[in-house]
Design a protein around this ligand. Structure first.
Ligand code: AMP
Length: 488
């Protein structure tokens, strides 16, 4: 993996600040490669899949080249669909948060053209659009491309598949020759290479090669859920599997802090680790984790680099990683020294595409699974209590306790009453912590209803291997778990 940092890229302070606000800790592999080339002014042809961070890879250098005092269109991004155009526009707006002089608009079919006409008239520097609608504006003369310095073809393969080849040619024909042409595509099939040959000048190739590692001793599961259910799911899985040490990965520093505080609020011994912490803070956190004082560590990919601990029994991908290579590195933290390990990946919304890419590129099989229900957890607790009881019977000197139990039974209770009451008391000993995020994980029927109400996805061809009902957890029980009460 590349270890280039954002400060290494020497971006403007406005861009750097926006990147910090977004919580990006370090450039993704495609960004580390493409950003320096694009800043230098090269044409670039990049092979990158959704979720690789490709938008920021071209978006950061693009925004850096915009003259805020010139209100003419200086950059054009072509996208195959309105969804992508909106998404790119939102991402660029976030990256350009501290560049108030830069106006960005998406133009796509389906939105009344009048609104776009008004916006274009006011003067915008960055236009993100679908080829059809861009052509429409060119015919109406509402869009002038004669001052464009950077043009990006995002998901070029999809645009060709959708029959936009001629439109793309028409549009590029209206942009001055002296321009930077950037092309991103998930595949590098011959038609894409032809496009590059025709419209680019000495393009630099950027391709992130994925390491292939096999980690056979790791059982890998994934769970589809709503974003808001992730903390609850994490707690249930921690309770279900009771791993000795767990490493929870998140994509941004902000989320590391958020997950850590929510786990602590629920009574877990958790700590966060990320790049904003001083060396001594990190060492303190690591020492506590190594010794088991904290048994859950929440970290970003960068911070977790160099963690070399053999007892990590579970790796949680709270967010699906940006890059398949990260996935392999993350899960490789468990199952060290010949031990068995488990990995649990939480998938919500669009993350399902990233998961598909991971399975394909990293050549791993990740099995869909269910979040444990309240009943599963009850059974688990009973099992754990029984294990403790068996150990006590086998290893401890219980003679005095036997006499006392016998005295109690002789009076008014049976042995069954006594055992049941003791189990009840063990259960009750767990603190009940009210937490603000106790929304129940929806049941199968609720999830199905939600899915039915959703608009159809663009890429219908892909069928999730996951069954329609991905979660059989019933409504939450009121009791909170404290796994420390049945650890050991
Ligand atoms: P994309 O591949 O451009 O669709 O990006 C996928 C997601 O990754 C978006 O939500 C971005 O905000 C996010 N992202 C992009 N770059 C980074 C980064 N360096 N670190 C963390 N997240 C990122």
């Amino acid at each position: 993996m590349k270890t280039i940092s954002f400060p290494d890229l020497e971006l403007s302070k406005e861009l750097e600040k926006a990147i910090t606000d977004l919580g990006f800790e370090e450039p993704t592999p495609i960004q580390a490669l493409a950003i320096p080339m694009l800043i230098e002014g090269n044409d670039v042809i990049g092979q990158a899949h959704t979720g690789s961070g490709k938008t920021a890879a071209y978006g950061i250098p693009l925004l850096g080249k915009i003259d805020q005092n010139d209100r003419r269109v200086q950059a054009l991004v072509m996208c195959p669909t309105r969804e992508l155009a909106i998404q790119v526009s939102e991402e660029l707006a976030k990256l350009g948060k501290y560049l108030p002089g830069i106006m960005i608009i998406p133009v796509y079919g389906g939105q009344p053209i009048e609104r776009q006409l008004v916006a274009l008239k006011k003067g915008v520097q960055v236009v993100i659009g679908t080829p059809g609608r861009i052509i429409d504006h060119l015919h109406r003369r509402s869009l002038d491309l004669s001052n464009v310095k950077v043009v990006v073809l995002d998901e070029a393969d999809e645009m060709l598949d959708m029959g936009f080849r001629d439109d793309i040619g028409d549009i590029l024909g209206r942009i001055p020759e002296k321009r930077q042409t950037v092309l991103f595509s998930a595949t590098m099939a011959p038609p894409i290479m032809e496009l590059a040959k025709k419209y680019q000048k000495n393009p630099k190739n950027v391709k992130v090669v994925h390491e292939q590692l096999t980690v056979p001793t790791i059982e890998q599961f994934y769970y589809e859920m709503r974003e808001s259910d992730k903390v609850e799911a994490l707690c249930r899985l921690l309770d279900r599997y009771n791993p000795k040490l767990s490493l929870v990965f998140s994509n941004t520093k902000r989320r590391v802090d958020e997950i850590t505080s929510r786990l602590i609020a629920r009574g877990y011994a958790a700590e966060g680790l990320h790049g904003d912490m001083s060396q001594s803070q990190r060492e303190r956190v690591m020492a506590k984790f190594r010794s088991g004082v904290t048994d859950i560590l929440i970290a970003t990919d960068v911070a977790a680099r160099g963690i070399d601990i053999d007892d990590i029994e579970a790796v949680f991908n709270f967010d699906v990683p940006q890059d398949p290579e990260y996935y392999v590195h993350r899960i490789g933290r468990t199952a060290r020294a010949g031990r068995a390990g488990r990995s649990f990946t939480f998938v919500s919304g669009k993350e399902v595409w990233k998961l598909r890419d991971i399975q394909r590129y990293a050549k791993v099989r990740i099995t869909p699974d269910f979040i444990p229900s309240d009943q599963d957890l009850e059974e688990q607790r009973t099992l754990q209590a029984l294990t403790k009881i068996r150990e006590a019977i086998e290893k401890e000197d219980l003679d005095n306790y036997r006499l006392r139990a016998q005295a109690m039974m002789g009076e008014e209770f049976t042995s069954l009453d006594l055992a049941a009451a003791l189990l009840f008391m063990t259960d009750k000993a767990r603190p009940k912590i009210a937490s603000p995020d106790q929304a129940p994980i929806p049941r199968d029927d609720e999830r199905q209803r939600e899915r039915n109400n959703r608009p159809p996805r663009r890429r219908e061809a892909y069928k999730s291997p996951h069954p329609a009902s991905s979660n059989r957890a019933g409504p939450r029980s009121s009791g909170q778990r404290d796994r420390r009460s049945y650890t050991h």
